[in-house]
Design a protein around this ligand. Structure first.
Ligand SMILES: Cc1ncc(COP(=O)(O)O)c(C=O)c1O
Length: 387
């Protein structure tokens, strides 16, 4: 059975890192994207066996490590990954930063679909590339892609790279095949390379199945897929993710880059945790998905009943719910309202692309029903006080 763990005073970013990000330790945290659930037993057992050895010396990648990933992709995502395409990175976000440096030059334009996971924006700006934002179209909380805006901005700005988030954080969309195909065909037409961040590929809540971008056509020469077991199995601290590069030249450039920064592989804990999760963790994942679906329905039904003017984006994928409170709280007052009145910590909409998203909060629901209940009660109670 899925077990909730009290992570306070364990150096957890989500719980013990509150003060640094939100200025107070007193908040109930439903922000950064990890889960408050105990990791599956098959992972803990393997890590325990390794620790019992009592030696933490240099470690090589286990023989069956890549095999476990290849099988997972084939079984659940219909993506046939060749072993020699796979590279290591200590996280998807580091890989995005590396690939921006590998695939583009300073001042090159890089496009994203906003609102989007804010490390995408930071990666573009910090690497001195030009950020091009194509806003998703929001129809009462349902988000779609503005293909003509996307294409026009690519053409006008001579865009070189597209950072795709699939499933999309924060709006919770699981892109359909025809949407992905249109995006990829536009990119192909303008010779734009694509990094497809599929770290949320296994957290599918609604009816749309996750479609791996690489599986929808022959885009091998222009596409790099990033994914990991870390979001799926709550292993973020293990710092272990996959970079899948089908193109020989991009692979060569990636390998040369990695030679210069000397990060050729990961640590023992990451390899062991990821491999054992892929090999034995599916039943645990099914329980997690069930819990997230229940939590989502609970959030949606409660807010729709208590605060009918709240807009909740349908959660097709991820465990992050995108909520518009703008009909009750002015965007510029959102942070103060959430932190000071509700004593809660969420990712604020503004982080995902600027002021125009400040009516929104992103709520992490991979936690106990008790925590969600407390958060909802505070939001509903405080809004009722002021309206
Ligand atoms: C879309 C997306 N990419 C990447 C990450 C983080 O990846 P990593 O911890 O492997 O750097 C997250 C975490 O929330 C995410 O939502």
């Amino acid at each position: 059975m899925l077990k909730y763990v009290d992570r306070r005073k364990t150096d957890s970013s989500k719980w013990d890192g509150l003060k640094a990000v939100f200025g107070s330790e007193e908040l109930l945290p439903l922000w950064v994207a990890d889960m408050d659930f105990r990791v599956c037993d098959c992972v803990l057992k393997k890590l325990d066996e390794y620790l019992k050895l009592g030696v933490l010396g240099y470690y090589i990648e286990p023989k069956e490590y890549k095999e476990s990933f290849i099988k997972w992709e084939q079984t659940y995502h219909n993506y046939r990954v060749h072993e020699d395409w796979i590279r290591y990175s200590p996280g998807v976000v580091p890989a995005i930063n590396w690939l921006i440096q590998i695939l583009t030059e300073k001042n090159d334009a890089v496009i994203v679909l906003t609102p989007v996971y804010y490390p995408f924006l930071d990666a573009i700006k910090n690497n001195k590339r030009k950020l091009i934002e194509s806003d998703l179209i929001n129809s009462s909380g349902k988000y779609t892609i503005d293909f003509s805006d996307f294409e026009n901005k690519i053409a006008k700005n001579n865009v070189k790279l597209f950072l795709l988030c699939s499933p999309h954080n924060p709006v919770g969309r699981v892109w359909k095949k025809d949407e992905l195909k249109k995006l990829m065909d536009i990119c192909e037409k303008y010779k734009v390379r694509v990094i497809s961040d599929e770290i949320h590929q296994d957290i599918i809540i609604g009816q749309n199945p996750h479609i791996s971008t690489a599986s929808i056509g022959d885009y091998d020469s222009m596409l790099v897929t990033l994914t990991a077991a870390t979001k799926t199995f709550n292993l973020a601290s293990c710092k272990n993710s996959f970079v899948v590069i089908p193109d020989f030249d991009i692979r060569k450039n990636f390998d040369n880059f990695v030679k210069c920064i000397r990060i050729p592989g990961g640590n023992a804990f990451g390899y062991i945790a990821v491999q054992s999760a892929y090999e034995g963790g599916r039943p645990w994942l099914e329980e997690v998905l069930q819990q997230i679906r229940e939590n989502y329905l609970y959030v949606k039904e409660t807010l729709e009943k208590e605060l009918p003017l709240v807009e909740i984006s349908p959660l097709e994928g991820t465990y992050l719910v995108w909520i518009n409170l703008g009909n009750y709280i002015k965007g510029k007052d959102m942070e103060g309202f959430i932190k000071e009145r509700c004593k809660l910590a969420f990712d604020f909409g503004e982080w995902f692309g600027g002021e125009r998203f400040n009516n929104y909060i992103r709520m992490n629901i991979a936690t106990s029903k008790e925590n969600i209940t407390k958060a909802l009660e505070r939001i509903v109670g405080e809004i009722n006080e002021i309206i």
